[in-house]
Design a protein around this ligand. Sequence first.
Ligand SMILES: [Zn+2]
Ligand SMILES: [Zn+2]
Length: 850
Amino acid sequence: MTSPATVSAGPGGVRPRPAGPGDPGELLRRLRARTSGGPGDDPVTHVERLPARAGEAAPWPDWVPEELRTALARQGVVAPWRHQAEAADHAYHGRHVVIATGTASGKSLAYQLPALATLLADPRATVLYLAPTKALAADQLRAVASLDLPGVRPACYDGDTPRAERDWIRQHSRFVLTNPDMLHHGILPGHAKWAPFLRRLAFVVVDECHTYRGVFGSHVAHVLRRLRRQVARYPGTPGRGLAGVPTARRPTDRRTTSGPVGTADGPVFVLASATSGDPATVAERLTGLPVIAVTEDASPRGGLTFALWEPPLLPSSPSAADPTDASRPADDDPGDPPGSGTRDAAPVRRSALRETADLLGDAVAAGVRTLAFVRSRRGAEVIATTARRALDAAVPGLGARVAAYRAGYLREERRALEQALLSGELLGLASTSALELGVDLVGLDAVLICGYPGTRASLWQQAGRAGRSGQEALAVLVARDDPLDTYLVHHPEALFGRPVEATVLDPANPYVLGPQLCCAAAESPLTPADLELFGPGAKETVEELVAAGALRQRPTGWYWRHPERPEVDLRGTGGSPVDVVEAATGRLLGTVDPGSAHFLVHPGAVYLHQGVSYLVDDLDLADGCALVHAEEPDWSTHPRDVTSLSVVSVRSYLDAGPVGLFLGEVDVTNQVVSYQRRRLSSGEVLDTRPLDLPARELRTVAVWFTVSPEALAAAGVETADVPGALHAAEHAAIGLLPLIATCDRWDIGGLSTANHPDTEAPTVFVYDGHPGGAGFAERAYGVASAWLSATRDAIAECGCETGCPSCVQSPKCGNGNNPLAKAEAVRVLDVVLANLATTASAGSDDPGSR
Ligand SMILES: [Zn+2]
Ligand SMILES: [Zn+2]
């Protein structure tokens, strides 16, 4: 409808478009030229060409008032794209909708249109907007406020909102922007004060809803149910009822509607998601409501050249290793749990960080506006510093055109950097994924992604930053030295041309459901009708809570028994976080998740915080506090732990002859017993020191497989190699699980044994690292064949001889990656796969196809 040559996809809608340069093919050739000495050295394993797409604009829906059109036109939005109009129309007519399209495809307009049109038409209606981060809510506030519409009075209501302003917002704002944590801790417990707002609630906007996954997502699903319950308790006057028939619910002249809008059951939910597998089902799990999905992106985009890049092998002698690689532990976040950064062998490949820094330097030297994404803050600093140094060595002063950008920067600082990049003053930026979330930064020619970001959804979101105003652009995924990244750069079919993974969450997790039912009961007594809202298992859980003394049953419902509110942390993984405090100054440096505290801040541990090194003097578990002092020793620390596991119950299993596949509940006992100190420069073990930390128990969900010793012997796995073979298979299986579930390696744990007392067979367990499970093991069980065959291929195709971080070594192994038997691991998996294949329905769908 509108020619792609004259418009660009701004976050709003159709806008006039500026010009821009860029030849990605030429840039890629330059980047390759640096490393390639000959045909065998080419770091590029695959190049995918994604063609340009023309945009398709739509007319404004007739219900969008002139006032709103004019305001949008002032912002340069002259018409919506088709997907925006379609989603907006569903929402306006009372149908819950999720819009799941690419980065910069303008999802905001899809909820702004119905929400703002309704606020203008009905002077009493209200809108609640939820973002996963305060920064995103603040950005959205700017966008809505800049439209300057009368009577909307948009406002952020979060932990930073001054007390003095809160009353005003509750009473006067009609567009409140907040986050699920604030809804959970502040708004819902104080629902009486919010009654006038809730009574007139027309829309609930859930932005970036794909970020609500795992345990956090399961909590948020219940927070939304609690919101629905409270809204239902404050019925709006006749208005809410007149929406009985959704499509015909609204009178043409909405100004005649005296009551609030929304469906008969409450407000209309509008969800926005990154491209994701099966968004309708995920949105339904999240809200508990039927949701329509709009997934066809009609915004225009330029062509994208996407290269997969595997850093070259280093010379084999450890002493020849790149000093940059040796002086810092690894590509991982300092906040990463167990033994992050452990290297049991000299790195086999050049580090992805170092490689990305060089690529960034080269791109900037070529005058290309480039953004490099990396997981950790420290990684962003390392990339920026390394690139700056290289550029300054080539052309003094050129280094100043590269900067680092990370979560935690103040908004003013972020804006200044964005501005500098847009103006061309800055050419290169190394960033954590902070930029992923809604920050409006377009205008880049190339994006470098240092390490697979964990999901295809994030990968596309990051790559989507490239493409100035619909121009041709380049994206490069630089593989890290781990099994998943290595697998992906050699299996482009696992990345391209397949849908992104579905978000995994499990509202039925009893460890989430129980605390959430307590919160709900504390807000107002639970009735039998409420239980239906909270899903299957709610009745049972309530009975358990009564038996445990948390709730009391009365004829009118279930009551919370305690004077204080239940303490439930949506993002927590059990217990309150451990504070890391500088002993001399009392300064709080940060917090560590209680599940990782024993690994990260045990006495004697080296703790890294924003690039500064600290030594832990004491870990006080009773007070939840670790005391540290700044010190930069020339050694790193690596915790050792022992894990045991017992099977509590089997939920489901598959009998495949000599192989068994199981899903069930398990108790995992873990104890961090000692740590090694290793010299930073060489990796040499200095000593092993004992620790006196208590064992911890976790009841969770696991997937496991067993293989009979006879089948292993027949496949040529010697008895002596069985432990190493299972251990190697376990590590790789954990490394590959993120391919099929939206978890990361740190969300899951494993255990392998040549003879487990509960299974009486050689067994590999992989379990969810969160109490009650988070849905990852369940997903793995459902697609076991696809998962284990990717695992098998990752090991078999790795070029190393006896195992490396790209295949069977794990950075979080509590056993120092010992024993490991690489070749035998492939044989074990072959036996498992062959037997699963002969048994029907063994999770044969493709990775990520659900
Ligand atoms: Zn390997
Ligand atoms: Zn291990």
